[in-house]
Design a protein around this ligand. Sequence first.
Ligand SMILES: Cc1cc2nc3c(=O)[nH]c(=O)nc-3n(C[C@H](O)[C@H](O)[C@H](O)COP(=O)(O)O)c2cc1C
Length: 209
Amino acid sequence: MKTLRILFSFLFIVSIVTGAQAQSKAGKAALENIHQRKSVRTYSDKKIPDNVMTELLRAAMAAPTGMNVQPWHFIVLTDTSQYDRIFAGNFNMRMFKESAAVVILCADTTYMRPTRDNPNGPAVLQINRIWRDDMGACTENFLLACEAYGLGACWTACYPFPDRMNSIKETLNLPPTVVPYSVVPVGYPRLNEKPKDKWKPEKIHYGRW
Ligand SMILES: Cc1cc2nc3c(=O)[nH]c(=O)nc-3n(C[C@H](O)[C@H](O)[C@H](O)COP(=O)(O)O)c2cc1C
């Protein structure tokens, strides 16, 4: 009986230790993915499977947002013959046309919710004042998912540049409250771009500036 008890205790401890190790392996992989992410601007002609694109967008939609408003909409483009019209030469067209897909990450700057003063009242139209922050988190999640799938991608600024935003808004008929925030070409890397080392301990201030 005593031997059995010792054996079970041993197995219990082993299961805890190996479980903790498995978790730390996953944690290391997640950090490694963050550190490996880089802007990739050249792509092979390999297509992105639909299920992979869905997973990239699922990761983008997992981002945190103020009051959980989730203001995003995504426009996935693969027909390069439309690009001259949509982007009107305002972006790096060589990069866009070489990529397997260009994803426009948009934000609805308004949302429907009951007001704070009347939380059980009817949903009313409200202005989202922090959609830019939401979309930054969303774009970064999308880029990290690209890295995890061995894809290359490049965050390309859209908001707040009127020339970049206007051609997209007009050609794709975005609703008036929707803003194209960032544009991300995605594809399998053609070259071997490396992440930059950005670690600068002098940027950290403990307790005081
Ligand atoms: C808000 C934002 C806007 C950017 N706009 C562009 C852009 O218009 N064109 C481009 O080639 N790269 C753009 N980039 C990519 C940056 O140039 C790149 O992130 C930076 O040089 C650091 O390199 P890394 O992404 O490889 O770490 C943008 C990045 C951010 C975060």
